[in-house]
Design a protein around this ligand. Structure first.
Ligand SMILES: NC(=O)c1ccc[n+]([C@@H]2O[C@H](COP(=O)([O-])OP(=O)(O)OC[C@H]3O[C@@H](n4cnc5c(N)ncnc54)[C@H](OP(=O)(O)O)[C@@H]3O)[C@@H](O)[C@H]2O)c1
Length: 434
């Protein structure tokens, strides 16, 4: 057995505590798998006096900066979260010869390029499986197993909180606010749920997935983002009428072009959309996550499991730790991110999607023709129209064929301006059925 590898842990909260537990409980197995024992060299926290079950208080320090640059540390695990001081600490660690493991999706999606450049410059490993979809092995399959294939699309439910809320709305007919309150009471949603319900968390994950899938630089700011706060019970009921379910989807898509295999660009977006109940993602219930990958040769692949939580996230971190430790023992660094393709991220208006639109119209002759004309005016072709209710209660439901999003949203604006339209009661994109 080789000499021990020393691990510095930055952060000891929900995830960090579980990392410590697994490192202690599985020490012998981990040593056998790596070929060298793994030892905790120190744990950086903000409040050292806080009691932490299973954590040796002797290891705690408030000086993360000193910890990451110590000569006797080989590998750094960052589970503090946020942009700073996490970024500076990881850069310092790599600069002083350490490999780094992180679960920090916010930082990777905002400034991953700086971290990857540092990893390349200093010959360090930078592994981040836990940053997207918790326990689900997803980034390593994209980064390694599928790196010889040509990925067309990644379509996923990557935020458990919003999936729980939408699932409650679908199952019990709950409104958004009631479902959110329940999610908060059960600990699925934070007291401030903005990052989840407004789609920021999913957008960060979409950026990381798109970058890996298409070998192209994508940041969170490039991602078109819509949250679920506007999803109403009427939208959910409308989806049920179409044998669909509403899910918050992260979609990373290569947009084909006539002449180039790589495509014209990529579309990266997060929004609530209807998907058919027959689609594998429709059966993802409660706070679970799942990601559907469509690759040219591999075909369709589905990754499913617990997307968050201390132990599931720590499992992904331990997987990275063993991989990185093996690389250190063997003296060969792991794969480095390459974004050679440099495909542009296309604006949302150019993305081709389908819309479901429900309109409350006046009860008079010729209404259907006037509505159809508005779609035609914007070059949007209608796949199906039906009437729900009757008389004064009548509403028209229109489902379109695929069209550029700009044309679809212009159609909705046009409908709002028609005298015969009292209200556009529901607008939702339809995904996953072509
Ligand atoms: N929770 C999940 O289910 C989950 C899932 C996937 C990914 N992640 C990611 O994992 C990371 C950690 O999440 P978490 O839920 O474990 O967070 P958390 O419970 O809030 O823990 C954060 C830890 O960082 C420490 N800390 C904060 N600022 C610090 C500083 N300046 N110097 C040293 N330590 C500092 C805190 O110390 P004190 O304990 O003293 O306050 C705490 O131990 C985040 O990037 C998150 O996005 C979390």
């Amino acid at each position: 057995m080789k000499p021990g590898l020393r691990v510095a842990l930055l952060g000891c909260g929900v995830v960090g505590t579980e990392v410590v537990r697994l490192l202690n409980e599985q020490a012998d197995d981990l040593a056998a798998r790596v070929g060298a024992p793994l030892e905790l060299a120190g744990i950086a926290v903000r409040r050292p006096d806080r009691v932490r079950a299973g954590v040796d208080p002797e290891l705690l320090t408030t000086d993360a900066q000193v910890l990451v640059t110590r000569d006797d540390v080989d590998i750094v695990i960052e589970v503090i979260g946020g942009i700073e001081p996490a970024r500076t600490l990881m850069l310092e660690a790599m600069k002083t010869g350490k490999s780094v493991i992180t679960a920090n999706k916010a930082l990777l999606a905002e400034d991953g390029a700086t971290l990857f450049a540092a990893a390349r410059e200093y010959g360090a490993d930078l592994y981040y499986e836990a940053s997207v979809a918790g326990a689900i092995p997803l980034l390593r399959p994209l980064r390694e197993s599928l790196v010889g294939d040509h990925i067309h699309r990644v379509l996923g439910i990557v935020n458990g909180t919003t999936n729980y809320i939408l699932d409650q709305m679908d199952t019990h007919g709950a409104g958004f606010n009631d479902a959110l309150e329940e999610a908060q009471a059960l600990g699925y949603a934070e007291a401030d749920p903005t990052a989840d319900v407004e789609g920021f968390d999913a957008a960060a994950k979409a950026a990381i997935l798109a970058q890996l899938a298409f070998h192209t630089p994508v940041t969170a700011a490039d991602v078109h983002r819509e949250g679920i706060t506007e999803v109403s019970a009427a939208d959910v009921a409308g989806a049920q009428g179409m044998d669909c379910v509403v899910k918050l989807l992260a979609i990373c898509e290569r947009i084909p072009s006539q002449d180039g295999r790589n495509g014209r660009g990529v579309s990266v977006r997060v929004y609530p959309a209807m998907i058919p109940r027959s689609h594998p993602l429709a059966s993802v219930r409660e706070a679970y996550n799942a990601v559907f990958v469509e690759a040219e040769s591999a075909g369709s692949l589905m990754f499913y499991g617990a997307g968050a939580g201390g132990a599931p996230t720590a499992s992904a971190i331990l997987g990275d730790l063993v991989a990185v430790a093996r690389n250190v023992v063997g003296g060969t660094p792991g794969p480095v991110e390459v974004t050679y393709a440099k495909l542009p991220v296309l604006p949302m208006g150019e993305t081709v999607t389908r819309y479901y639109i429900q309109v409350d119209v006046t009860d008079e002759a010729g209404v259907l023709a006037t509505v159809a004309e508005e779609f035609a005016r914007h070059g949007v072709s209608i796949q199906a129209v039906r009437q729900v209710g009757s008389g004064e209660e009548a509403q028209l439901v229109v489902v379109t064929h695929r069209a550029p999003d700009a044309a679809l949203s212009a159609t909705v604006e046009g409908l709002r301006g028609l005298e015969i339209v009292r209200e556009v009661t529901s607008v939702m994109r339809v995904e996953g059925d072509e």
